[in-house]
Every structure is written in structure tokens, then in C-alpha cells.
Design a protein around this ligand. Structure first.
Ligand code: PHE
Length: 340
């Protein structure tokens, strides 16, 4: 028995000295200490000894078992520590290393222009009023005094959904919805997407406008001039001048088209303004009495000022973009240039 123990002890010492992984150690421990392992097998041999020999032999085997268990435990602790140290080394993070730059997004140039205008107008007491992109004929045309035979109603110009519903062709239906729902006097701006069957270098089937509407008593074209002058100076620079040219819109009377001094040459004349020194940026006027009536207000009591401007056009002028599609193709080489 003692010879056998000596042999096993030597084997265990050798194996335990060699193993480098916890898993291997577990295999060795299993081989010697599990129920059918070599050490319990010694216990089973006790039965073949004489009664007198048994207690002493049992004690020796037990001591051997305790020795082996302690050896494996110690080895396991050692290997565990070593594995942890290796992991610390492998997973170490050098906090002094520069981090990878994450690519943050930024606002689209049209959004920048929209936000600037909203800022300027809310500063003057305007609120933002948003209308739906799918409109009906009444809000997009009829209430705005657009006659039944007006070319804008043509199916070649407007995206119709059915005989009554269409994708709004301008933000002016926002005027109608504001007058229908708000109690005058009020001042609103209504920014949003608009749609027209149009597609070339300076026109896209989807673009953005911002409508402005003031409803109050005794408003005149002079008030509009002051407002739009502020708008121009906000978007371009404070030296920008505005001028009104007579125009026609069914929903305003009188109607004007508004030019600003060219942002490129400041009025001297260049290719952008075709030598005139002026660039058209919006349409506006005094709200037509018929429109006020169509929206349920008394035109003898209330007067209105309205204007509408193209946000994409302003962004293009302001940032020197010569093709509207560059704004919408999603090319990050273009769009990332507008990071502030
Ligand atoms: N809705 C007009 C357009 O799309 C612009 C406009 C708005 C003109 C308000 C007058 C008053 O061109």
C-alpha cells in the first residue's frame, strides 16, 4: 500500500507541476480524486487487508487524500491568479491614447436657414404653425382665391392624389388653416416641404418654403416692408437692402416680389445676379379681402400681410450652391461642408 501511495504521490507531483491551464488541472484532479479516481480506489482496497492493518492504512490513505486535495487547491489558486494577470495585460486600456473620433452629424443647410428665420421671427412675436403636406383643393387653391382655370391647378404642375387631395404646392394653405383656427390678431410663420412637378438645376419636385402671415388691424404694405427688410438682414448681412417690385398672386392685393441686394457682389452686378445687383428671394403682399372672407374673418375688420420664401433658394444663394440637387443627393462630401 505504501509503495502504491508513493508512486501515486510522485505521479501527482509531476503532473501538477506540468499543467499550465485550469482545465488541465481539473482533468488531473478528476483522475485521482473523483469517485472512481485512483485515491478512492485505494480506499476500496482496504477491504482486502486484515482487521489490524486497516486503521493505520486508512489513516495513511486519508492523509494522502488531504495532501492531494490541498495540492490541487493551491495549484488551482495559482493558475487562477496567473490567468487573471494575463487577462489584465491582454485587456489593458491605455487611457492616455487619443480616442477614435466618432463622426457626429450636423444640421442640413436648409434646416440651418429655416432655424435662422424661425429665430428671427419668433423674436418678433411670431409663432410657428405647421400645416399638413397633403392638402385639399380648398386649402391649397380655392380659399386662396386661385381661380378654377389657374395654371397652377394643372395636373402637369401639381401632384394630385385624387380629385380633391394633392401634395401642397406652397405653404400658403398654412395661412388658411391659421385663420380658420387662431383668434386674431396673430403672427405666424409656417415652414415646411412643398411639392411641384418640376425638375431641373434650380427646381426639385420637393423643396421647402416658409410662409409668414400677420393678421391685425390697419396693416399696410409699409409694415410688410419693415418685416421683410429684417428677414433679409437676418439671412444675409445687415447691409443687405430690399426692394419691392409689383407682382401678382391671387391671394394678395397688392402683391409684390421682393429683391435683395446680391449677396455675392453687394449690388455692383455679377454673374449670380445677372448684372442687375438684385436677387429675388420672395413673394408677398397684403392678404386679398376674398381670402380673409373665405377663412371666416371679416375683411372690413381684419387686414393681413403674407409672404412666402423658398428656403432651398436662400440656402443656395447664401452658401453658393448652384444646383438644388446637391442639397438632396445625400453626398456627405457636399453636406459636411456645412458643419458649423
Ligand atoms: N405662395 C407663393 C409661392 O409659392 C408665395 C407667396 C406667399 C406670395 C404669400 C404671396 C404671399 O410662390
Amino acid at each position: 500500500m505504501e509503495g502504491k501511495i508513493k508512486e501515486l504521490r510522485a505521479q501527482i507531483e509531476e503532473l501538477a507541476g506540468k499543467v499550465a491551464q485550469i482545465d488541465e488541472l481539473k482533468d488531473v484532479r478528476f483522475k485521482y480524486l473523483s469517485k472512481n479516481g485512483a485515491i478512492p480506489a485505494l480506499m476500496k482496497q482496504l477491504g482486502s487487508l486484515s482487521k489490524e492493518e486497516r486503521p493505520a492504512a486508512g489513516k495513511i490513505i486519508n492523509e494522502f487524500k488531504v495532501w492531494a486535495t490541498e495540492l490541487f487547491d493551491k495549484k488551482e489558486e495559482e493558475l487562477g491568479k496567473k490567468a487573471l494577470e494575463m487577462r489584465y495585460i491582454k485587456e489593458a486600456v491605455d487611457v492616455t491614447m487619443p480616442s477614435k473620433k466618432s463622426k457626429a452629424g450636423h444640421l442640413h443647410p436648409v434646416t440651418l436657414v429655416r432655424n435662422e428665420l424661425i429665430d428671427a421671427f419668433t423674436g418678433m412675436g411670431f409663432t410657428v404653425f405647421e400645416g399638413p403636406e397633403i392638402e385639399d383643393d380648398f386649402h391649397n387653391f380655392t380659399a386662396l382665391n386661385v381661380s378654377a382655370d389657374h395654371p397652377a391647378r394643372d395636373k402637369q404642375d401639381t401632384f394630385y392624389i385624387n380629385d380633391d387631395l394633392l401634395l401642397r404646392t406652397h405653404t400658403s394653405p398654412g395661412q388658411v388653416r391659421a385663420m380658420e383656427t387662431m383668434k386674431p390678431p396673430f403672427k405666424i410663420v409656417s415652414p415646411g416641404r412643398v411639392f411641384r412637378c418640376d425638375d431641373d438645376g434650380t427646381h426639385a419636385p420637393m423643396f421647402h418654403q416658409m410662409e409668414g402671415l400677420v393678421i391685425d388691424k390697419n396693416l399696410s404694405l409699409c409694415d410688410l416692408q419693415g418685416l421683410l427688410d429684417t428677414l433679409a438682414k437676418t439671412v444675409f448681412d445687415k447691409d443687405t437692402k430690399t426692394r419691392f417690385r409689383p407682382s401678382f398672386f391671387p391671394f394678395t392685393e397688392p402683391s409684390v416680389e421682393v429683391d435683395v441686394t446680391c449677396c455675392e457682389c453687394h449690388g455692383a452686378g455679377c454673374s449670380l445676379c445677372k448684372g442687375t445687383g438684385w436677387i429675388e428671394i420672395l413673394g408677398g403682399g397684403v392678404v386679398n379681402r376674398n381670402v380673409i372672407k373665405n377663412c371666416g374673418l371679416d375683411p372690413d375688420e381684419w387686414t393681413g400681410l403674407a409672404f412666402g420664401t423658398g428656403l432651398d433658394r436662400i440656402a443656395m444663394l447664401k452658401y453658393g450652391v448652384n444646383n438644388i440637387h446637391l442639397l438632396y443627393d445625400g453626398d456627405v462630401r457636399i453636406l459636411s461642408q456645412f458643419r458649423k
